[in-house]
Write a protein of this length. Structure first.
Length: 208
C-alpha cells in the first residue's frame, strides 16, 4: 500500500487558553517549559519529551485537545510506543476520539483506502502472539504482514500462541493510516474473527 504524506501547516493554540492546567508530573522544569513553549507556538511537543510523551499525552489529552495541541504529538507518541499495557485499548481509543478527525487525516491520510467510497468497507488483519490476544487499534490490509507480525512478535518476546484476526470495517470508522514501518490502519473494530493460518506460514522470511 502506498501512502502519500501531505505537508501540514501547524495551527497555533488559542491565546485565550492556558497550559497551566496541564499535569506535568514526571517532567523536569526545563522539559515542562519547552512543552509549554511548543504548545504556545502551535508546534509538536513530542520531540522535547520522547520518553514521557505517551504518559503526558494520555494524562492531558482533553486539555491538549482544547489547546489544539493533541493530534501531531499523539500520533508520534503512539507510533513510538513499545506497548500500551498500562492503559488498555479503551484509554487509547478515548484519546483518538478526542482528536480532530480531519486533522488526523491531514497528518496521516488513508492512502489507497481513501479511494474506497466513504460508505464502503475494507477488510483488515491483525497479527498477535502470547497467552492473551488484545484487539488493539493497529491493523493492516495485508494478510501477509499480519502473519509476519505475529511471527515477529512471538520471536522477539519468546511467545507462542500465534494468531491472525480479520475484521471488516467501514472506511468512515478509520481514524488515519500510519506509515512508520508498514501501513498501520488505526481503527477499533467492533468484531473480529480468527483466521486459520498453517503453523509453517508463521515465518520471518515471508513476503510482506
Amino acid at each position: 500500500m502506498t501512502n502519500c504524506v501531505r505537508p501540514v501547516t501547524t495551527v497555533a493554540a488559542s491565546k485565550s487558553l492556558s497550559t497551566e492546567e496541564l499535569d506535568f508530573t514526571g517532567l523536569s522544569e526545563p522539559d515542562a517549559r519547552n512543552v509549554r513553549a511548543a504548545i504556545a507556538a502551535g508546534d509538536n511537543f513530542h520531540g522535547y519529551i520522547p520518553s514521557e510523551s505517551l504518559h503526558f499525552t494520555i494524562r492531558n489529552y482533553r486539555r491538549l485537545a482544547s489547546l489544539q495541541a493533541l493530534e501531531a504529538a499523539w500520533l508520534d507518541a503512539y507510533v513510538h510506543a513499545a506497548h500500551f499495557q498500562p492503559y488498555g485499548v479503551e484509554a487509547i481509543k478515548a484519546v483518538f476520539d478526542a482528536c480532530d478527525r480531519d486533522r488526523l487525516l491531514e497528518l496521516k491520510p488513508l492512502g489507497e483506502i481513501a479511494n474506497i467510497e466513504r460508505g464502503g468497507r475494507v477488510t483488515l488483519f491483525r497479527g498477535c502472539a502470547g497467552p492473551v490476544h488484545h484487539m488493539g487499534m493497529s491493523w493492516t490490509p495485508s494478510l501477509d504482514k499480519a502473519i509476519w507480525y505475529a511471527a515477529h512478535h512471538a520471536e522477539f518476546y519468546g511467545l507462542d500462541n500465534r494468531a491472525v484476526y480479520v475484521s471488516t470495517v467501514s472506511v468512515a470508522e478509520i481514524y488515519c493510516s500510519l506509515d512508520h514501518y508498514d501501513c498501520d490502519v488505526i481503527v477499533h473494530p467492533s468484531k473480529a474473527w480468527r483466521v486459520e493460518v498453517p503453523a509453517e506460514e508463521y515465518r520471518l522470511d515471508r513476503d510482506r
